[in-house]
Write a protein that binds this ligand. Structure first.
Ligand SMILES: [Zn+2]
Ligand SMILES: [Zn+2]
Length: 250
């Protein structure tokens, strides 16, 4: 950080100090220490495949009813917490209110999961679910006091942060090739049809025999991540792991 940025930072913090998204206390980041501890992490007995919480009485390493019936193209999915409370608030601030600075805290959650659930895996690339219907559109946003050119996808920003801190390259190789309806508006069959062949690799060779960590903000039925994993498999990718910040229990 150069001297100019340090002075701008001091000036900004003096007149409008950074406050916690949740409790409004002054803090160094966007979620204070106390509130960060309140994020409900999914732990204990979980489905060995999709990571959804299972009742205590079910024996460890079991599959949930959903996974027993379904075949996925990805290898293993884990989510940090359920989509509620502070985690939901932070995701909404980041995704819809475009408070991009909260990406550091959210990337830290992904990094924690990476160590906890995937430390034994060899991961070649990080990849992000493309969230925009606008292909190739770019915009300028204020980020850490600098104008940095980032693409309009909030997930790309998160993937870049994680890539930097975990030292795994961000592939940035998956694109959406046509517009889709919002998945939340559709029923189960419509959801599948809506996403059919919608994702494509810019460079199919990049995924060849590689293990990829796909990240997304929230998972509900898993149709989107599964469709992307399927597109990667068509490029002969090896294992596709998935991490999401939150999951909606259905
Ligand atoms: Zn707080
Ligand atoms: Zn499951």
């Amino acid at each position: 950080m150069n001297l100019y940025n340090i002075i701008v930072n001091l000036y900004k913090n003096f007149f409008s100090p950074q406050t916690c998204l949740n409790c409004g206390e002054i803090c160094s980041g966007y979620i204070c220490h106390n509130c960060a501890k309140k994020i409900n992490k999914i732990k204990g007995n979980i489905c060995s495949y999709c990571g959804s919480p299972l009742p205590k009485e079910i024996k460890p390493d079991s599959l949930c009813n959903f996974c027993k019936e379904k075949q996925f193209s990805f290898y293993k999915l884990r989510s940090f917490g359920t989509y509620e409370g502070l985690l939901k608030k932070a995701i909404i601030s980041f995704k819809y209110n475009k408070i991009y600075s909260v990406s550091s805290e959210l990337a830290d959650l992904l990094k924690e999961m990476l160590f906890e659930h995937f430390s034994k895996e060899k991961i070649d690339f990080i990849e992000a679910v493309p969230d925009s219907d606008i292909i190739g559109n770019e915009e300028y946003v204020t980020y850490e006091n600098n104008y940095k050119k980032i693409e309009s996808s909030h997930m790309k920003l998160l993937a870049s942060k994680l890539s930097e801190s975990a030292d795994i390259p961000f592939a940035d190789n998956i694109i959406k090739i046509r517009k889709t309806f919002r998945q939340q508006m559709l029923n189960k069959n419509e959801r599948l049809f809506n996403l059919k062949n919608v994702f494509k690799a810019r460079n199919p060779l990049l995924y060849y025999r590689k293990n990829i960590m796909l990240i997304d903000d929230v998972v509900t039925t898993g149709s989107t991540i599964n469709e992307i994993a399927h597109a990667m498999k068509r490029c002969m990718a090896d294992k596709i792991f998935v991490m999401t910040l939150a999951r909606v229990n259905i």
